[in-house]
Ligand binder design. Sequence first.
Ligand code: ADP
Ligand code: ZN
Length: 520
Amino acid sequence: MDTPTEVLHRVFGYDSFREGQQEIIDHVVGGGDALVLMPTGGGKSLCYQIPALVRRGVGVVISPLIALMQDQVDALRALGVRAGFLNSTQDFDERQLVESEFLAGELDLLYLAPERLRVDATLRLLAKGDISVFAIDEAHCVAQWGHDFRPDYLELSRLHELWPDVPRIALTATATPATHAEISSRLGLEQARHFVASFDRPNIHYRITAKNEPKRQLLEFLRSEHDGDSGIVYCLSRSSVEKIAEFLVDNGIAAVPYHAGLDARTRALHQSRFLREDGLIVVATIAFGMGIDKPDVRFVAHLDLPKSLEGYYQETGRAGRDGLPASAWMAYGLNDVVQHRRMAMEGDEAHRRRQVLHLDAMLALCETVTCRRIMLLDYFGQKDSQPCGNCDTCQTPPESWDGTVPAQKVLSAVLRLARERRQKFGVGQVVDILLGKKTAKVLQHGHETLTVFGVGDDLGNAEWHGIVRQLLAQGLLAVETDYGALVLTDDSAGVLRGQREVLLRRDTLRPARAKTSSSA
Ligand code: ADP
Ligand code: ZN
């Protein structure tokens, strides 16, 4: 029997284990259960592949990433590993072939989509074979608290009942303390050894900037820092994916779109071009990226606010897997906040509560005046980190200013408008009133007669939008579900009464303007 180290050299061609790998592998080879928390790119695959090769029998890997199974299996076969998969994309003959290989003991690794386990025939098949280890990849999919819950994963607790002697290893890259606990209890891994690798990705530079002209800002970011680099640009909607991809191409930058609305062939083509070509940018929705292993992704850009820190950290974690400097860049604006606040109000009560907490954590990261990495690591349960020196807030600490008076102006405008019963008003109307703009809508409702009309003409449109965004982020304002109307919160009163100070980040003021005034 080969040792893990021999397999590492001979099959995978690597010199040494990465941090954590050897301990995990030894534990599983010895028959122990394991729960592994390791960041994206940390090297989780080897943690189950090597035990599968070292132990007698077939390693069964449960993975939700059906679209990637073919690639994963091809890659393993190219290394001489006997791998196969079973999922819904195969026809009967293809399945038969894999099943007979499995039964004949001709496989080292068998990848299974979780829904296969609901089919009794699959369980009967597994019962006839010799299984060396169960690997549960993307284990956070079992957690309802997380952002990627899949009901089929709940069934995986049965594996242990049916095969009590086969070791199980569950792996994930996204685990807050809450998700971690949920995975452990749902999969019955309380007695398993838990391996928690550092979640820090020190080579990734984090930067979050206020969004005012997203296209121009993106272009400037790409041209000044990532000329000719491979990277991913995430957008929230399919239509913005299309638009941004087109915009980049029009500007002479190699880019392709990727979202669930494209046909399977186009998606596969764009994905494989991204993996193979140098310097190609994929503009995508979050449908893109899970399980993609491209070491030299130099940047991940977000043009819209992700729904949760889990999502954000996983997406940005796709940059710089090779350990070389990479950037995570995000532009976010008031509309993101409004849109997410409204989306967070959908669904049942428990879902809503979770969404709101997720969004609040995301916003807190955006508006923080301290090291972004400290906040991220803290969120993922790694306390007491030191300022990293490799994020925007470390490098140029944001100035804060006393925004109590402007905040009071916004809140009293919202208060005045809330008194009107017939109609609700959004951000645009509030800002127009503060600026003293006699727009048709202002005149129609007689808003030019409000005492707050024109009290904000000391600042510009963009500044007011930035202030409203920060008030939303701080929970001093809220967005009503149906119309996107601004409403006060329980905390607003303290500000209105002058009992509470409001600190705002200076950089919400439009940077271009701040520059001209200081150089003048
Ligand atoms: P994860 O699943 O944790 O995101 P992967 O298992 O895909 O990460 O590994 C990320 C990359 O690191 C892959 O390209 C993999 O081949 C490489 N890798 C993993 N372990 C080692 C090692 N011990 N030495 C060198 N490269 C490694
Ligand atoms: Zn920092």
